[in-house]
Ligand binder design. Structure first.
Ligand SMILES: NC(=O)c1ccc[n+]([C@@H]2O[C@H](COP(=O)([O-])OP(=O)(O)OC[C@H]3O[C@@H](n4cnc5c(N)ncnc54)[C@H](O)[C@@H]3O)[C@@H](O)[C@H]2O)c1
Length: 356
């Protein structure tokens, strides 16, 4: 497989990235690129609104990997699921942390029955990237105001808080929770919170202004198999990136997994059983590491290495296998949308589930 084209609105940037990553060409018009017959897979890694490119790629019959969310509303993600099915192509969402070897091993042990019937899943994805209000909310280094800079577009009214951490940071841990519990959420109750009310908007601003975004959130979900799920996501909670912690407690055992860069290590897994309740650290088997992994590789190349290998194998081997696809992205987005509704209505809300 060859990296054929790097496409960016900024052609100079596309050119320099093409040189850096060995792509044959650089382009600035994604519409033209996705129509090309020599392209099989499109990887959508633009900033926010991924769906226009996702739909264009699927329409053109390309396999599609996209950063989360596929679309902000779950019903639009389901439309993408249906289109991919019609076109006979495979999909994948950048739910990066399910590809961490420690998480993959945790999932394998759960599937083998190590925890037994799931009771409670606790998930966290937290770090302190935006604790400092002078760290611009927009992390791009701008030299002039950007066209999509939401000047005045962020309401300071408490009731109009914008979903942020829940979708960007909560999504991967929600995904891990759904995998770990094998349950379907029936209802949720949650709160979105703005802990740092004034920030610099971009690197071009010196002063701070009210920016009412969800920089921390907590929710509880009830699942159809009787399990409970609690999730906390935030980018203003002290700790290092990526800050993932997943705990599953069942009637036979429990597993605790951490994906946090600390003390020269970035992943850990512990287990305890009903008979031996003291948690012990587990070795993560080599089979969960990507090809080419060597000690010292960080979470980025390891998780992405596994993700890309998984997608390329699924496409080249054929068959029905397609993990972490848009269907799973839609399930995650259903929860994100339900938690937002719960916040706005101050109560438990049902999770509206689509077809899959
Ligand atoms: N999965 C993860 O662990 C992880 C980690 C970091 C970022 N992300 C995601 O990756 C995505 C990109 O993040 P980033 O920090 O690199 O953003 P960025 O803003 O630095 O880069 C995005 C690029 O997309 C280009 N672009 C925007 N619209 C385009 C269009 N229509 N056609 C072509 N190019 C277009 C922009 O010019 C920009 O260069 C985001 O969705 C982010 O959430 C995921």
């Amino acid at each position: 497989m060859d990296l054929a084209v790097i496409c960016d609105l900024d052609l100079e940037l596309a050119r320099s990235r093409a040189l850096e990553f060995g792509a044959a060409e650089a382009h600035s018009d994604y519409q033209a690129v996705v129509q090309r017959r020599d392209i099989d897979i499109v990887d959508v890694c633009t900033r926010d609104e991924h769906d226009p490119i996702v739909f264009a790629a699927l329409e053109a019959g390309k396999h599609c990997l996209t950063e989360k969310p596929v679309a902000h509303q779950a019903h639009d993600v389901w439309r993408a699921v249906a289109l991919a099915k019609t076109k006979g192509v495979k999909t994948k969402v950048g739910l990066t942390f399910r590809y961490a070897p420690a998480v993959a091993y945790m999932n394998e042990l759960i599937q083998e029955g190590f925890c037994g019937r799931p009771f409670i899943f606790n998930g966290y994805e937290q770090n302190s990237q935006w604790l400092d209000p002078d760290n611009p909310a927009d992390k791009r280094i701008l030299t002039k105001p950007a066209d999509d800079d939401p000047v005045g577009g962020w309401s300071a009214l408490e009731s109009e808080i914008t979903v942020s951490s829940l979708e960007g940071y909560g999504a991967p841990i929600i995904d891990i929770g759904l995998m770990a519990t094998s349950g379907a959420p029936t209802e949720v109750v949650g709160v979105l919170k703005n802990f740092v009310p004034e920030r610099r908007r971009t690197n071009l601003q010196q002063g701070r202004e009210p920016i009412n975004i969800d920089d921390g959130d907590v929710f509880i979900a009830q699942l159809d198999n009787g399990a409970l799920m609690t999730i906390q996501s935030s980018y203003v909670t002290v700790g290092n990136y990526p800050g993932v912690e997943a705990r599953l407690y069942g009637d036979r055992g429990a597993l605790i997994c951490g994906v946090v860069d600390e003390g020269g290590e970035w992943q850990r897994l512990w287990s305890a059983s009903a008979e031996a309740v003291e948690f012990k650290r587990l070795e993560i088997p080599e089979r969960h590491f990507p090809p080419g992994y060597v000690a010292g590789h960080g979470w980025e190349e390891t998780c992405y290495g596994n993700l890309i290998k998984s997608f390329v194998d699924e496409i080249s081997l054929g068959g029905d296998t397609n993990v972490g696809d848009f269907t799973e992205g839609a399930r995650v987005q259903e929860i994100v949308n339900a938690v937002e509704r719960s916040h706005r209505t101050h109560g438990w809300v049902p999770v509206e589930r689509g077809q899959g």
